[in-house]
Design a protein around this ligand. Structure first.
Ligand SMILES: NC(=O)c1ccc[n+]([C@@H]2O[C@H](COP(=O)([O-])OP(=O)(O)OC[C@H]3O[C@@H](n4cnc5c(N)ncnc54)[C@H](O)[C@@H]3O)[C@@H](O)[C@H]2O)c1
Length: 314
């Protein structure tokens, strides 16, 4: 009998890829998602069209968890969240109730069965903020988020620790670094730029173009999530936190040039000041995740962008 996993946020960009990958390897998946309108819910419905077991509900509601038979599940992948950095500055309460309270409810549910259920949590490079030397190492860097969103993710990582110590819930936090690929959220730069350049519209470029991101293809992120899930369940992880990046940062100027190549058109640039909450750079040190998760990101950025643009056009 195959095992059953709960994927919160499973209708979203990364969650739907993780859900697909679990099903592809023979596992059963239950998706819990509220299909909120942070971006077009129709996109989320398309993302889960192939899945039969989808619960449309808000995980901030304790009754939603009470109705889920915890002992039927082998683990929870808690990927659901309010995910934008800049919008978290406009509505920090929504971010803390969804991300922090939602995670506490997920942990409480995980602790409520006959055996505590393992929890894989989607954290973020945002927890590092702007003060650390690059590449960001889980070992050496401090948590210094500069947005309400980043603070919620840092708080959740700490929450996972207390639930490990006080309630015996095994968990791992995976720090994703700007993920891209088919189904990418429309508010993220690659998606926005590709669409606007293709349409001949001016793209908003914040800062002087020298800020950089460790763009990671969603297939690499997904492989890292499954590797962490399996090792967490096998009890072979020695650390609570792992970076899932690509160890190859790209500046904003380089990104624009790459999107121009992938789309086949020149960008019109609307230069604007750096935005509050945005860090200057992200770059993952992968020493720990390579060694312990066998994580090995393999998608070349130009190939990954071409893959994204074909998806967008289709
Ligand atoms: N995309 C990235 O580059 C990136 C980087 C770092 C971390 N992350 C984290 O990865 C996870 C997935 O991000 P994503 O980019 O796929 O975002 P997404 O917005 O596409 O997916 C999040 C999903 O969570 C669902 N959700 C939100 N609040 C909910 C609630 N109260 N009840 C039920 N479902 C709810 C949304 O409807 C959405 O489908 C998030 O935790 C995010 O913070 C993403």
């Amino acid at each position: 009998m195959s095992e059953r996993f709960l994927v919160t946020g499973g209708a979203g960009f990364i969650g739907s890829h993780v859900a697909d990958a679990l099903v592809s390897r023979g596992d059963r998946v239950t998706i819990l998602d509220d299909f909120n309108d942070y971006y077009d819910p129709a996109v989320k419905r398309r993302n889960v069209a192939a899945h039969a077991d989808v619960i449309e509900a808000d995980f901030r509601d304790p009754a939603v968890w009470d109705a889920l038979p915890v002992d039927d599940f082998a683990a929870i992948l808690h990927l659901g969240a309010r995910a934008g950095v800049r919008p978290s500055i406009d509505d920090p309460l929504l971010y803390s109730t969804t991300n922090v309270d939602g995670t506490v409810l997920a942990l409480r549910w995980a602790a409520s069965g006959t055996q505590p259920l393992p929890v894989v949590f989607a954290s973020s490079s945002s927890v590092y903020g702007d003060v650390n030397a690059v590449p960001f190492s889980e070992e050496d860097a401090q948590l210094a988020p500069i947005s309400p969103y980043g603070v919620t993710k840092a708080a959740c990582e700490m929450m996972l620790g207390t639930w490990r110590d006080c309630y015996g819930v095994p968990s791992v936090a995976l720090r994703f670094f700007t993920v891209y690929g088919p189904r990418q959220r429309p508010d993220l730069a690659i998606h926005k730029f590709a669409k606007m350049i293709d349409a001949g519209e001016a793209i908003p470029v914040f800062g002087d173009g020298s800020s950089s991101r460790d763009y990671t293809h969603v297939s690499d992120t997904t492989a890292g999530v499954l590797a962490a899930l399996d090792r967490l369940r096998a009890g072979t992880l020695s650390e609570p936190v792992y970076n899932l990046g690509s160890d190859s940062p790209i500046t904003l100027d380089q990104l624009i040039a790459a999107v121009e190549r992938a789309v086949g058109k020149a960008a019109i640039i609307d230069r604007l000041p750096m935005q509050q909450g945005d860090v200057m750079r992200t770059w993952a040190d992968l020493t720990r995740s390579r060694a312990e998760l066998g994580y090995s990101p393999s998608v070349d950025f130009d190939a990954g962008l071409a893959d994204f643009v074909s998806w967008l056009r289709a």
